[in-house]
Design a protein around this ligand. Structure first.
Ligand SMILES: Cc1ncc(COP(=O)(O)O)c(C=O)c1O
Length: 432
């Protein structure tokens, strides 16, 4: 039999985008001695505090005392298939109501295998055919563009502005789509510190975005992965909390505030969908799709996350308090170290100073591609992520992304020292 070739498989498999998330998770294994600014993953020291057994016991006690299950039934819940919509929907809805003032009923929540699955389900449900286009803020998290590729959903980029989304650019894309006989069906945004851009939407911009969504008739996919890193007392209401027109599908993850290995995220989709004279919430349809993707999110993962939430009074803010402080400290530390070390390296090396999130982006005068990354890792012992992975076009070819989340301040210092040596040599005397 002749061997399979990539062009005989789904077109998305020929797209380098599909390798980008795996790359981030695997590159460190290839260079174990390098200081890694690559992954946007939680600091591993935080995992030692998590007692998985006690979280599970806490969740089982909740099932017994609050939901009236017998102990044997509650235990069985963890071993069996479960409802596709999830097991901890009520806990998540309570948390979002209490912490963020969102008017959320548990029926409008679907628990997903990470935010990643949430994005896939939202796109599958909303994008009914080739006319339906996803708008993303360019640059953006590769997971959502990758999910769109998998589903064959066309994607257009909208400019990022210091306030998150350039609304003029978004309106222009809506008009352009109409002229092509298409429509912007959804716009993906990360208003609480974007990955990798680092922008945060002020309240007025959030309101304006909802206004544009209403006028142009599209849905907003709100991804709040990094909102918890906002400076203390500087909270801004989430889009979903401002969403009187039910334009927002709110996507959340426990990967950054708990741990990514649990693979637990969620979607709030409270849009009524008319059907046979009645209606069902969009969340119900997302759960139906999910039943054909991952069937249900691992009950064990949900039990651990549910237990962690309960341990912290059902509050994500409480649960993430120490982590948020650690990441804020690391981000400031990284930006300060860059200020001190990179300042006189090269006049065309520039970096941003985001107020939250995990990432700093650095513009350099040479191409920040895989070849340069290999040089950086092998000769200088420092890893970063090429920003080109996050752009639809070539705008990120001369930028790299540094993540502060996976390192201690001492490791950040060492990493920036190595990075400075690397940039000094490779930007003045490039290897190619
Ligand atoms: C913006 C953003 N959303 C979602 C995710 C992924 O979330 P999950 O691990 O829950 O799929 C990430 C992970 O890096 C991210 O950066």
């Amino acid at each position: 039999m002749p061997p399979l070739t990539v062009d005989q498989l789904h077109a998305s498999l020929g797209d380098p985008l599909l390798g980008s998330i795996g790359f981030l998770n695997e590159v460190m294994g290839r260079y174990p001695d390098a200081v890694s600014f690559a992954p946007g993953a939680p600091h591993p020291s935080l995992f030692s505090e998590i007692d998985i057994g006690s979280c599970i016991r806490r969740f089982i006690a909740h099932l017994v005392h609050e939901r009236g299950l017998a102990v044997s039934q509650a235990r069985r819940t963890l071993f069996e298939y479960g409802p596709s919509r999830g097991l901890i929907n009520d806990l998540v809805a309570d948390t979002l109501r209490r912490d963020h003032g969102m008017d959320v009923h548990s029926d409008s929540v679907v628990i997903t295998a990470g935010a990643q699955e949430g994005m896939l389900l939202c796109l599958r449900a909303l994008c009914a055919g080739p006319r339906d286009v996803l708008a993303i803020v360019d640059p953006c998290f590769a997971g959502v563009t990758g999910a769109a590729r998998l589903l064959g959903v066309p994607v257009v980029g909208v400019d990022e502005s210091p306030e998150g989304v350039d609304l003029d650019s978004l309106r222009k894309e809506c008009r352009a789509a109409r002229l092509r006989g298409q429509r912007i069906r959804a716009c993906y945004v990360a208003p609480g510190f974007s990955n990798p851009g680092g922008s945060r939407m002020p309240l007025e911009s959030r309101r304006s975005l909802l206004d544009v969504a209403e006028r142009e008739d599209f849905y907003v996919l709100e991804d709040n992965a990094y909102g918890f890193t906002a400076p203390m007392g500087a909270d801004i209401p989430q889009l979903k909390a401002l969403d009187t027109g039910r334009r927002v599908l709110h996507i959340g993850t426990f990967a950054k505030v708990c741990f990514p290995g649990a693979r637990v995220g969620y979607v709030v989709a409270d849009q009524p969908v008319q059907e046979d004279g009645g209606h069902q919430l969009l969340a119900r349809h997302l759960a139906a799709l999910k039943s054909m993707v991952t069937v249900n999110t691992s009950p064990l993962g949900q039990a651990v996350i549910g237990g962690m939430l309960l341990e912290h009074g059902g509050s994500l803010i409480e649960l993430s308090r120490t982590k948020a402080a650690l990441y804020r400290r690391n981000l400031v530390h990284l930006a300060d170290a860059l200020d001190q070390n990179l300042r006189d390296t090269h006049p065309r090396i520039r970096w941003n100073h985001p107020e939250g999130g995990f990432f700093v982006r650095v513009r350099i005068p040479v191409r920040a591609d895989m070849e340069l990354l290999a040089v950086s890792a092998e000769k200088y012992g420092v890893l970063w992520t090429p920003m080109s992975q996050f752009y639809l076009g070539s705008a990120g070819d001369y930028e790299l992304r540094l993540s502060c989340s996976y390192l201690t301040p001492e490791e950040i210092d060492e990493g920036v020292r190595r990075l400075t040596g690397f940039l000094r040599k490779e930007t003045l005397h490039p290897h190619r």
